[in-house]
Ligand binder design. Structure first.
Ligand SMILES: [Zn+2]
Length: 398
């Protein structure tokens, strides 16, 4: 399986100048190749193969001093990129490739060679020398390619794509219950787990998000094209990037932490797209970041040979995890007190326990994988409690 390792790069000023110049040359080459493809298609009614695109790119390099400064495979990779864009277009997956604007052409790729990572000296890039790199986590697997990326705020990153062996999964039925965690999504806490531990949503994230909302508000009230609006727009982009990085970092650590101690993580399947409407800002953000978290959990489970499984969220806040009694409560109530079996616990822990119980009862066969799309119908409380049992418990209470 392929995984990506992203590290911050610190090029010296002259290296940065060189990288910017390379991106500009490659952007021009991209547009030249696009023009060529459009002409061919108009005149000859046929599309160009990947091999031809590569040859065209290398041919352009022969006659262009600026492209000659760049490693040949990097230049050749532009051929692959334009080929991919056109193939997506011809096969109906994308619109016709756009002309690339220089400030939006932000990455270059070394497919196989032209670079070497040396822990002491940095990342050696052909024609550029050693660039300082911060390797904050070990690079694992066999490197397939390297992309150098210029971010919106001017930071540089190196992204290694590596291939790794995927460990075999143990069937869920063989995993002991104390290595299985149910997790409840929350507004107050990011995650509550069934073992009564919980992970708070870091304060700094909330602060930056409030700040973004405030600037967004000002931004939308300024005249289009005004200088102030432009400034606010830049500030917004910078903050969004900042928050995204913080959130990514937080979630990666969280998923890692969970799978260090456990083998199965059971989550509610939330319809994130549908939930983004009609909600408070806080709720939308929480839902969106939950979606990201779920994706990370799926990915990490694959990587470690563990399981992330999903259950239907229906009723998970309203029923007792122990006796399945219907215990309705509004959002403000933090406790779950069951009138039937007498259990008293935090409401989110009750939900997490219920989610875990659902996950264990009807977990998908391991060979079906843990991608939610591949699963059959999700395990659901609807199958355990019928609507009439709600009515019954109501009348019992009444
Ligand atoms: Zn109960």
């Amino acid at each position: 399986m392929l995984s990506a390792f992203k590290y911050r790069l610190y090029p010296k000023p002259e290296q940065e100048k060189r990288l910017n110049r390379s991106l500009l040359s490659l952007c021009n080459l991209y547009n030249d190749l696009k023009a060529e493809e459009m002409r061919r298609y108009r005149e000859e009614k046929k599309s160009t193969s990947k091999t031809t695109f590569r040859a065209l790119a290398l041919d352009a390099r022969k006659h262009n001093a600026q492209l000659q400064e760049i490693h040949s495979q990097v230049v050749q990779n532009v051929g692959d990129r334009i080929h991919r864009s056109f193939r997506n277009f011809f096969e109906g997956r994308a619109r016709i490739p756009k002309w690339k604007k220089p400030h939006r052409y932000n990455s270059l790729t070394y497919p196989q060679s032209g670079f070497r990572l040396n822990p002491e000296r940095g990342l050696l890039l052909s024609g550029l020398g050693y660039v300082r790199i911060f390797v904050h986590r070990p690079l694992l697997g066999k490197v397939k390619r390297l992309t150098i990326k210029r971010e919106g705020d001017g930071e540089w990153h190196a992204i290694f794509i590596t291939e790794r062996e995927v460990p075999a999964k143990r069937p869920i039925a063989e995993i002991s219950a104390n290595r299985i965690r149910g997790a409840d999504v929350g507004l107050e806490k990011f995650v509550a787990l069934d073992d009564s531990t919980s992970i708070e949503y870091p304060k700094f994230l909330g602060l930056s998000e409030t700040k973004i909302a405030r600037i967004q508000h000002h931004f939308s009230r300024k005249h289009k094209g005004s200088k102030r609006r432009l400034e606010l727009g830049r500030e917004l982009a910078r903050l969004h990037l900042h928050v995204r990085r913080q959130r990514e970092d937080f979630q990666n650590k969280l998923v890692h932490q969970v799978f260090m101690k456990n083998d199965v993580l059971v989550l509610e399947k939330l319809n994130v797209a549908g939930m983004l409407r009609n909600h408070s800002l806080a709720k939308s953000i929480s839902d969106a970041s939950w979606g990201n978290f779920a994706r990370k959990a799926i990915f990490k489970a694959e990587l470690l040979g563990k399981h992330t499984i999903f259950v239907d969220p229906w009723g998970t806040t309203q029923f007792c995890h122990n006796c399945l009694q219907w215990v309705p409560k509004d959002l403000a109530e933090r406790e779950h007190k069951c009138p039937r079996c007498g259990i008293e616990i935090q409401r989110d822990v009750n939900s997490a326990l219920l989610i875990k119980r659902l996950g264990i009862q009807r977990s998908p066969a391991p060979d079906r994988g843990s991608s939610p799309a591949e699963q059959g119908p999700l395990p659901s409380l609807r199958e355990w409690v019928s609507p009439s049992s709600e009515a019954r418990s109501l009348s019992l209470q009444g």
